[in-house]
Structures are given as C-alpha cells and as structure tokens.
Design a protein around this ligand. Structure first.
Ligand code: EPZ
Length: 449
C-alpha cells in the first residue's frame, strides 16, 4: 500500500486546474444506462472510483472508450459509454463492495431494462450508508423490490403479459438527515422514463444533481426544479445520447483552498466552481482567507485566487445538505482550524460519526475535544509531523493538509483512500512547492530537491 511522505513548512504558490467532479461523474456515468445511444462525457477525472464505475458498466454490458489526458493541468479525460440494454443487469458484490456509489446504477438500469440486481452497498468508515430512501422512491414509481441475500432485486411488473413501465408518482424523499444525493439521482433518473408526471419533494439540491438534470435534459428528459427541493419530471418514452462536459469538482477545489490557507500560500484555481462553494468560502472568509475572482465569468468555471492574512481566525460551522456547509469539506477545514488563533466548533449533521480524522490530527498535536456530533478545536501554534493513518477519502485529505503545515515529516499511510477522489495529488502539490512524495511498498522514490 502506498504512503505519502510530506516535509511541512512550504508555502504553496502557483496555479492549479480543478478537474471534473467525482460526485457528478458517477451518476452521470450511470445515466448512460438510460439510452441505447452513445453518451460522451468530458472533463472526467482519472480516479479509482471512476475506474471502478467503468469496470461496473463494462460488467453491465456497456462499451466504454476511455481517453485520459496526461496533462496535470487538464480538467479531465473523455469517456464514451454505449450501453446494450439487453445485456447483463446484475451488479455483483465484488465490484459494488469497492464503491458504495455503485448503487446509482439501480434506477437507470431498472427504468430502461425493466429489471436490476444490485448488491447492497456496505457501510463505510464515515458511517452506516442505508439506501432505504432509494428503494422508497423506486417503489413509489411502481417497482417491485425484493432482497435475496445481500442483493437488491428490482423489477417492473408486466402488464397483460407485456413488459411494464414505471409510473409517475408524488414522492417525499426526505430522511432523518434531510435529502439524499444519490437517492435523488436514482429516482430522478428512473422517473425520466416513467409514464406520466413525477414530483420529488425534499430532493437533494446539490450542484451535482443540477449537472445530472442538465445532462438528462440534453438526452431528451423533461425536468424542472433542479437545484430546488422540488423536482418535477414529465416521463418520456426514450432518451437519446448526448455530449456533456462535467461540472468542476467543488470538493477538490475546496480542499485546495484549504491547502492555500494552511500554508499561508497564494493559489490561483482555474475551472473553479465558486458558485457551488459559497458556504465553504463564507466560512473561510471569516477565518481570514481572501478570494479574488472575476464575477463576470461563468461562476461555475471561473479562475479564483486564494490568499490568507498573517493568521487564521476561528469559526463555527454545522454541516447540512446543500446549500449548507458540505460534509465533504468538514475534515479538511478542521485541519486549518487546528492552527487557528482561538477555539472553533464543528458540528456534523449528515454523518455524525465522520470524525475519524480527529484522533490522527491529535497525534500531530491538534487539540480537539469531541462530544457526539460536535468537535471543539482549540487552535495550537504548530502541528508536529508523525506517522498517521488515512481511514476514508476526506479524512486522508485532512491529514495531507496537516502534513503540509506541520513541523518535520508526516507519513500518511494507506493513501489508496485518497486516490479514490484526488487525481495525482502529490504531483499537483509538488508543482505548487510542496515537499511531498509517494512511496510505494516496492521501490521508494528519491526525495524531491
Ligand atoms: C453523496 O453520498 C456523496 N457521494 C458523499 O460524498 C456525500 O458525503 C453525501 O452525498 C452527502 O453530501 C457521492 O455523490 C458519490 P446521501 P450519498 O444519500 O448520496 C442518509 C465523498 O467524500 N441516508 O446524501 O450516498 C445517509 O446515511 C462522499 O465524496 C438515509 O438515511 O449520501 C446520510 O446520513 C462521501 N437513507 C444522509 O442521508 C438513504 O436511503 C445523506 O446521505 C440514503 C441516505
């Protein structure tokens, strides 16, 4: 297993291009199952999760042509997906277990093929990841859902001996933690081919859902309300292919904003979705970070300069569904807050157990006291490099950020977690002046410079 060795203390300076969004790409790839025609996706990031989804779609009888771009500063590669609706409709456990987001093939596959068998995704380090809302929504559209062992088996009942079709419905899709992102993606995608009108109340408002609705509309779907809690979908008989450029990754952008802040650096992020990061940027401005960008350009693909004053100020935040503060940036901001000039309060309302990074940050000297879903962070003068263990994707990013600022060397073990959501992170950080190297168990690379 690979690890990162980071010598902290360097200011990050320079330019970085933000890649296409991982969390948009996954449901967009699944949406290719809704049509018999080819779908082209551009600005596709080269990530482990995307590779797993390619493997899954290949297994579900899709022809894929993947053209990655070597250029570190490209926004991503091009992926062509051509699904065969008469193919295999069983998403096996050995692929689904590697990525719980595989669940997002359920809705599109059921709607187009009339059946789908998907292994139940397991939980993960950030908490139990139920899919009850996904199934609630699909059942409301007329699907029959049964369980066989660890698999979900979904089908559309025949009508008078002929293959049936999903039926539009009025669906409340909220759960105890509010809306569900992939649940909304599943039900919205399936409803595109249903007979009649579907209303989804308490739909996720995330920018990734807006991007999915944009692609589905380009395929011929009739969707209104994307980005609001109420979606209305007029079902159509069939959907066509399309050519879609993916939304930039707001979580990657927010992570690199934290990298600039924690190193006292000066970064310019190109292809930056500032319009999808208002809650994060609001908190960072309170912490003393300055953002400069041209408001006249596309606010989802602009160039944003990130600088910070002489000290980081404390703040408080509570994670919520979009447009609230994103849970996927909580760990990264906590790394910055651990060096703030005062005490901050972070409350996690989406995944209350999403604090595996706290113990590792504490090993580096951070002073964090957690009670239930709330962590109090008392800023310290410095963090000290040491061995730390990555546990999940965003906790890994938090530890890399802390290592960039820590005194001495930090070794972040198990960076395969990081490779799921950040493309060639160590190479891109090196171009900005970081002293970081990837060490594979086999042959360690020479220290840079
Ligand atoms: C998406 O996961 C993201 N993943 C997650 O990002 C992100 O943290 C999450 O949304 C919340 O923003 C992708 O888009 C691939 P949810 P998703 O359904 O859709 C509960 C990352 O780091 N819930 O919105 O699976 C659930 O337990 C990843 O990039 C139910 O109760 O999350 C959670 O508490 C991590 N029943 C809350 O809702 C359900 O059927 C939000 O989950 C579904 C969810």
């Amino acid at each position: 297993m690979d690890r990162f060795e980071i010598h902290g203390g360097n200011r990050l300076e320079g330019k970085l291009t933000i890649k296409g969004s991982k969390n948009a790409t996954l449901p967009l790839m699944a949406a290719a199952l809704l049509t018999d025609e080819p779908v082209i996706l551009r600005h596709v990031p080269d990530l482990a999760d995307i590779g797993n989804m390619r493997r899954l779609l290949d297994n579900l009888s899709c022809l894929l042509d993947w053209q990655p771009l070597e250029d570190l500063n490209s926004a991503g590669g091009t992926l062509r997906i051509h699904a065969d609706p008469a193919g295999n409709s069983h998403a096996h456990y050995d692929i689904v277990r590697t990525m719980r987001a595989s669940i997002c093939v359920l809705g599109p596959m059921l709607a187009r093929r009339g059946k789908a068998r998907v292994s139940l995704p397991g939980g993960c380090a950030i908490g139990e990841r139920p899919v009850d809302l996904h199934l609630h929504g699909l059942k409301a559209l007329g699907a029959e859902i049964t369980r066989d062992g660890g698999d979900i088996i979904a089908s559309i009942p025949d009508v008078a001996g002929r293959p049936g079709r999903l039926k539009g419905a009025r669906i409340f899709l909220g759960g105890p933690f509010g809306s569900t992102v992939l649940g909304t993606a599943n039900v919205m995608s399936a409803a595109c081919l249903a007979e009649g009108t579907t209303i989804i109340e308490c739909a996720a408002c995330e920018p990734e859902i807006v991007d999915l609705a944009k692609m589905l509309t380009a395929m011929g779907a009739r969707i209104t309300g994307a980005g609001s809690p109420r979606l209305t979908i007029e079902g159509v008989r069939q959907l066509s292919g399309c050519d879609h450029t993916i939304l930039p990754d707001r979580i990657e952008a927010g992570t690199y904003m934290c990298a600039a802040a924690i190193t006292g650096g000066d970064l310019t992020l190109d292809n930056c979705p500032v319009d999808a990061l208002m809650a994060h940027m609001d908190r960072m401005q309170l912490m003393g970070v300055t953002f400069q960008f041209d408001g006249k350009l596309d606010p989802l693909r602009t160039s944003c300069r990130v600088t910070v004053g002489t000290r980081i100020l404390p703040t408080e935040l509570t994670t919520q569904p979009h447009p609230g503060y994103p849970t996927d940036l909580q760990a990264q901001l906590m790394a910055v807050l651990s060096l703030a000039d005062g005490t901050s309060i972070v409350t996690e309302r989406i995944f209350p157990e999403r604090f595996l990074h706290v113990a590792e940050l504490s090993r580096m000297g951070a002073q964090i006291y957690r009670t239930g879903p709330t962590a109090n962070i008392t800023g310290v003068k410095k963090l000290t490099g040491t061995q730390v263990m990555a546990s999940d994707l965003r906790a890994s990013a938090c530890l890399v950020l802390a290592g960039l600022a820590a005194e001495g060397m930090t070794t972040v073990n198990r960076v395969y977690h990081l490779d799921r959501g950040y493309e060639r992170m160590e190479e891109r950080l090196r171009t900005l002046g970081a002293r970081i190297q990837r060490v594979s168990e086999t042959v360690p690379e020479p220290l840079p410079g």
